[in-house]
Design a protein. Sequence first.
Length: 298
Amino acid sequence: MGAMSFKDAAERYERKLSDKGRKPDANKRSILKRLKERIGDLPLDEIDRMYIDDLHAWLATKETRTGGTYSVSTIAGHLAYLKAMLRWANEAGKLDKVPVVKVPKAKERDQFLEPHEVEALIAELDPWRRDLVMFGVNTGLRKTNCTHLRWDQLEKDYWEICIDGIEVKNGNKFRTVLNSDARDVILKRLSRNDRLEERFGWRSEFVFTRDHSNKPGTNVCDGTWRKAVARAGLPEGTCFHTLRHTFASWHMRNEVPEMVIQQLGGWSNTAMLQRYVHIKDEQKRKAVQGLEGMVRAK
C-alpha cells in the first residue's frame, strides 16, 4: 500500500464528510487547518503513538493569540478529529493499522473560561455581542435578562439593576450592583441610544438593541457566535451561559463567600453553587501549602 500523506488524507476526509452532508463547521475546519499545518506531508504510516504523544504535548503548550494556552476541551477536539480521520483512512485502505489516540477528558474546569479566553472571544465578536459578553461575564446574568435588559431596570446612576420576579427564572425579584466594567458597557449603550434618537427621533426601551433597531436582539449564539468561538480557540459548545459559570468561578477563586455569590448571580440557594466545589478545593490546597517549610525537622 502506498503511503498517503496526512495532508492528502485530511483533504479527502473533508470532502468525504461534505459528500455525506456533514460538512465540517467552523470549529472543525480550524482544527483541520492546525493539524495540516503541524503534520503536513508526513506519511500516515509514520503517525505512531510516539508522534501522537508529541502532538498532544505541542497542543498543550501552543500559545493562543492572546498569550494563553488551549483548554483540555480544545486539545480533545483536535485529537478526536485526528482519531476519526485515521480510522477513516484505515477503512478506506490507506492505512494498515490505526495507532492508539488517547483523547483527554475535559475536566470540570472547562465549565468556565479563563480571562485570556474571554478576551480572545471578545476580540472575535461584533460590537453587539462584544458588549453582551463583557456585561454578562461581569454580572453573571442569564442571557435573556441581558438581551432584554431595559433602561427602567437600571437604578442609582446605572450602578444597580432591579428585575421583577416575573422576568426572572426562579420567580424571585432580583437586585444586584454593577462593577465599573459592567457600568461602562451601559454608558456606551446609553451614548449609542442618544445617537439613535438624534438620527431617528426615537429611543429604545432596551439596552442591547442591534444596529438601527429598537428591539432587543435574541439570537446571540448563532453561526456568527460559533465561528467566533472557533477562531478564538475555545471549546466547542461555549455558549452565553458559560459566562454565568465563569462569573461564579472567578468569584469563588477570589474567595467571595458563597452567600454573596448567590445574591450577586440570583441563584435560588447556595446548593446551586456546588458545581464549583473544585474551585474551593484549589483554595484549600493553596491554604495548606502556605504552611509548607514553616517547621524544619532536625
